[in-house]
Design a protein around this ligand. Structure first.
Ligand code: BTN
Length: 326
C-alpha cells in the first residue's frame, strides 16, 4: 500500500520534484522508509529521478498491472471498480471465487502478473509466465437462470475478439465454445465458473487469459504449433495496460448489450465471429468423438451437430477440430 501511495504522490507532482520529507510527512513514515520504498520501486522498473536538494520525481512507469497503473487509464463505469492485484497467484479464478463468496461486487477484478496453477478448460493448465500476458478474472452477478450461464462465456469471447481487433487491426476467429484464434492458433482462452442455486445465479467468475507478449520459443513444444500471441502476430510488443483498457471497455459494452437486448444479440455477434455454420467438425466430448456438420449454436450455447446419418446432436462441452471428413 505504501508503494501505491508513494506513486500516487509522485504522479500528482509529475511536473516537479517532491521532497522525501514531504512524502514521509504525508504518509506518516520515516524518510529512510521512503528511500527504501523508492529503491524497491526502482527494482520493479519505475524510473525515479532523485536529487539531494529537491527530492524525487517519477520519470517513467513499467508496464505493470498494479491498481495505481491501471486505474487512471480505465474508461469503464463499473468493470475494474475495484482491482485486486497480485504479483503471483495460484489462479485468478480461484481468488475471485473466494472474494465473490465473501461478497465482492459485480465488476471487481482480480489480476495477477503470473499464475502458478492457471486453470484451463476441461481440467487443463493455462501457461502463465510473469509480466508477459494478461491473466484476470471479473466478478459478474447476472440476473439470469443457470442454464444461460454459457451465454456469458460467449459474450466474453465476443468482447475479447473485438478488443483484439480494435487493438491490432487483426480479425480473430472464435472457435467453439470460446477459444479466440489468430491464424488458426489460440491467442486467448476463457474459463467461467459459476456459483448458483437451481434457478438463480449467485455469481459468475469470468476468467480470461490472453497471450500478449510471448515469443514463439517461450511456448512449450506441445503447444507451440497451436498457440500464438499478439506480439507474434503483429511483430510488435503490446502495452498490457492499454490492451486491458480496451478489453474492459468491450466487456462492459457487450455485457450491457446482453442485459438490454438478451441472448439473440450475443448469439448473432458470436456467429458473426465464429463462422461455424456448415463447417465439417470433429468434437471430442467426455471421451466420445463425434464427426459431422456444424449446424449452429443453440440458445444456451450448445453446439448443434448433424452426423453423417442425419441425426442431430447437441454438444454442451468439448473440443472442436475443423475441416474433418465425414
Ligand atoms: C482455456 O482453456 O481456453 C481457458 C483458459 C483460461 C485462462 C484464464 S487465465 C485467468 C483465469 N484464471 C485461471 O486460472 N484461468 C483463467
Amino acid at each position: 500500500m505504501i508503494n501505491e501511495e508513494i506513486l500516487r504522490l509522485l504522479r500528482d507532482h509529475s511536473s516537479d520534484f517532491l521532497s522525501g520529507e514531504e512524502i514521509s510527512r504525508r504518509l506518516n513514515v520515516s524518510r529512510t522508509a521512503v528511500w527504501k520504498r523508492i529503491q524497491g520501486l526502482r527494482t520493479l522498473g519505475y524510473e525515479i529521478e532523485a536529487s539531494t536538494r529537491s527530492g524525487y520525481r517519477l520519470i517513467r512507469s513499467p508496464d505493470l498491472l498494479t491498481p495505481s497503473e491501471i486505474k487512471p487509464i480505465l474508461e469503464t463505469k463499473w468493470i475494474g471498480s475495484e482491482i485486486h492485484y497480485f504479483p503471483t497467484l495460484d489462479s485468478t479464478n480461484s481468488k475471485a471465487y473466494e472474494l465473490a463468496l465473501d461478497g465482492a461486487e459485480e465488476g471487481e477484478v482480480v489480476i495477477a502478473e503470473s499464475q502458478e496453477k492457471g486453470k484451463g478448460r476441461l481440467g487443463r493448465k493455462w501457461f502463465s509466465p510473469q509480466f508477459l500476458n494478461l491473466y484476470l478474472s471479473v466478478v459478474l452477478r447476472p440476473k439470469i437462470p443457470p442454464h444461460q450461464a454459457s451465454l456469458v462465456t460467449l459474450m466474453a469471447a465476443v468482447a475479447t475478439a473485438d478488443a483484439i481487433r480494435n487493438f491490432s487491426g487483426l480479425v480473430p476467429l472464435i472457435k467453439w465454445p470460446n477459444d479466440v484464434l489468430l491464424r488458426d492458433r489460440k491467442v486467448a482462452g476463457l474459463l467461467n465458473e459459476i456459483h448458483s442455486e437451481v434457478d438463480r445465479i449467485h455469481f459468475v467468475i469470468l476468467g480470461i487469459g490472453i497471450n500478449l507478449n510471448m515469443d514463439e520459443k517461450m511456448f512449450s513444444k506441445e503447444i507451440r504449433n497451436v498457440a500464438t500471441s499478439l506480439k507474434i502476430e503483429t511483430g510488435q510488443a503490446v502495452s498490457r495496460k492499454d490492451f486491458l483498457q480496451s478489453l474492459f471497455l468491450e466487456l462492459e459494452r457487450w455485457y450491457a448489450m446482453f442485459s438490454e437486448e438478451g441472448s439473440a444479440a450475443i448469439l448473432n455477434a458470436w456467429r458473426d465471429r465464429a463462422h461455424i455454420r456448415g463447417k465439417q467438425v470433429k468434437v471430442t466430448s467426455f471421451g466420445e468423438t463425434l464427426v459431422g456438420r456444424a449446424i449452429d449454436v443453440d440458445s444456451d450455447g450448445a453446439l448443434i451437430l448433424e452426423t453423417k446419418d442425419g441425426t442431430r446432436k447437441r454438444v454442451v462441452a468439448g473440443d472442436v477440430q475443423y475441416g474433418m471428413k465425414t
